[in-house]
Design a protein around this ligand. Structure first.
Ligand SMILES: CC(C)[C@@H]1NC[C@@H](O)[C@H](O)[C@@H]1O
Length: 449
């Protein structure tokens, strides 16, 4: 057979012909995984969510446990104090590699794949190289700054998880820190300005990062290229993108190569407040960190109900939620993280019909006369209305008008009586609200507006 036509050429005009594939539009919910050497110390001051801590202090009290190496380079940080007390001032960060590699030998990736599938996730994104430069696959690309090695996992953690995730019917995406690599640049980052000036821009690093992305695409054909913190100016993203799409036509590329083209944007610990036509994906940890942080407790972790409502809100506005899990070095996941995944999975098992495969309606939200929040999605001939905040009994959605004879059902099929009122439509909900999460109503036919 003729070779596949190389549909994409290395120029923005050609690349802009790529459209977001349905699988990513339909997926709505993915699992991010931050796993690496930082998972061994697993320590950061839980100072607060990104965006809620003054940036002049953020780097000194960095809540991101995956930033441990940078944090201990700042000698007046709580992390440095912890490091000296726990490991000693002379303990080099990369020595955590021994514990990480020893402990993850017992890891069974299929346990993660089943857990994420049961949680309702449709795709997974794993860190392949975070800012510390350690690769979670046995890369054949030599690191010129680490001739002594110790910077590549001997076990193909990326390949093992990719195989298990695909075996469970989920898509597999890969994260790569293209913008920062602390084996190429050892100066600490204390300000946003440092973030820019410590991004390696040498030809040597550009070749290294490009070779890494190409190796990852060749070995794993990832469905998502989740680059982070930009890309070296001497890198050739247009060529990388064209080669990627020609190899993985249903692939998607995020906006953190910081070039003029992407398939989706990536608000971090943030979400948009209205329907945003360009596809977007909101990412966050369950607590304040992406890497596992052993000192995070329930007071730092999003509550189950808030997590479910977060997903519904994001989906009503054309987004996906990429929810992070930070595993321990041996691959086990903390109880509180499991608890949140199970809560989300339980709600989605009953109410996921209006989430997966849905698209935004003409407007994302409404209020009830009791002041409750409502979110909408559309799927086929049905409008889905999600009544947040444990709605129960007669509930009136303001400004919503149904066609005469419309059918309204609760998830699971029980029909719901409704009537037109002056303010909108009153639904006779069950007297007791569900265990956790919004009441989901399907309304057919979907009102026009
Ligand atoms: C959203 C997530 C991928 C975060 N991006 C910025 C990083 O500095 C941070 O550690 C984390 O990876």
């Amino acid at each position: 057979p003729a070779a596949f036509a190389q549909k994409y050429s290395p120029d923005w005009t050609s690349l802009k012909a790529h459209t977001v594939p349905n699988w990513f539009e339909d997926a709505k919910f993915g699992i991010f995984i931050h796993w690496g050497l930082y998972s061994v110390p697993a320590w950061a001051p839980p100072s607060g969510e990104l965006g809620k801590v003054d940036m002049s202090r953020w780097f000194y009290q960095n809540a991101y446990a995956e930033w441990y190496l940078n944090s201990i380079r700042l000698k007046d940080s709580p992390s440095y104090k912890h490091h000296v007390e726990t490991y000693g001032a002379d303990f080099d960060y990369y020595r955590f590699g021994q514990a990480f590699e020893q402990q993850n030998r017992a890891w069974k990736p299929q346990n993660w794949a089943s857990l994420f599938k049961d949680a309702g996730a449709r795709y997974v994104v794993l860190t392949t190289k975070h800012h510390d430069g350690y690769t979670l696959w046995p890369s054949k690309v030599p690191n010129p700054k680490r001739p002594q090695g110790g910077i590549n996992s001997p076990r193909d953690l990326v390949g093992d998880l990719t195989k298990a995730v695909r075996g469970a019917g989920l898509h597999m995406g890969l994260y790569y820190s293209g913008g920062l690599d602390w084996t190429f640049e050892t100066r600490p980052i204390a300000t946003m300005g440092d973030l820019r000036t410590t991004a390696p821009q040498t030809e040597e690093y550009a070749r290294y990062a490009d070779a890494h992305w190409r190796e990852l695409i060749r070995l794993y054909q990832p469905s998502v290229l989740w680059n982070d913190i930009g890309y070296p100016k001497l890198g050739k993203p247009e060529a990388l993108f064209a080669d990627y799409y020609n190899a993985v036509p249903e692939g998607v590329i995020n906006n953190r190569f910081s070039v003029e083209y992407s398939d989706f944007t990536t608000p971090e610990y943030a979400k948009y407040d209205k329907i945003t036509p360009k596809k977007w994906e909101s990412c966050r940890g369950l607590g304040f960190s992406f890497g596992y942080n052993q000192v995070e407790g329930p007071e730092h972790v999003i509550a189950p109900e808030a997590l479910i409502e977060l997903l519904v809100d994001i989906v009503s506005k054309n987004g996906n939620l990429l929810l992070n899990i930070g595993p321990k070095p041996d691959g086990t996941i903390s109880e509180i993280q499991l608890n949140r995944l199970n809560a989300l999975g339980a709600w989605l098992k009953t109410n996921g019909d209006g989430i997966f495969g849905s698209r935004p309606w003409v407007r994302p939200s409404a209020k009830t006369t009791a002041g409750g929040d409502v979110r909408f999605t559309k799927k086929g001939d049905a409008l889905y209305a999600f009544l947040l905040g444990r709605a129960a009994g007669p509930s009136t959605v303001v400004g919503l008008t149904l066609a005469p004879g419309s059918t309204v059902r609760l998830s699971g099929g029980r029909s719901v009586a409704w009537k037109k009122t002056g303010d909108g439509t009153t639904f006779e909900l069950p007297a007791n609200s569900p265990a956790a999460g919004p009441v989901a109503l399907s309304i057919t036919p979907a009102p026009a507006a």
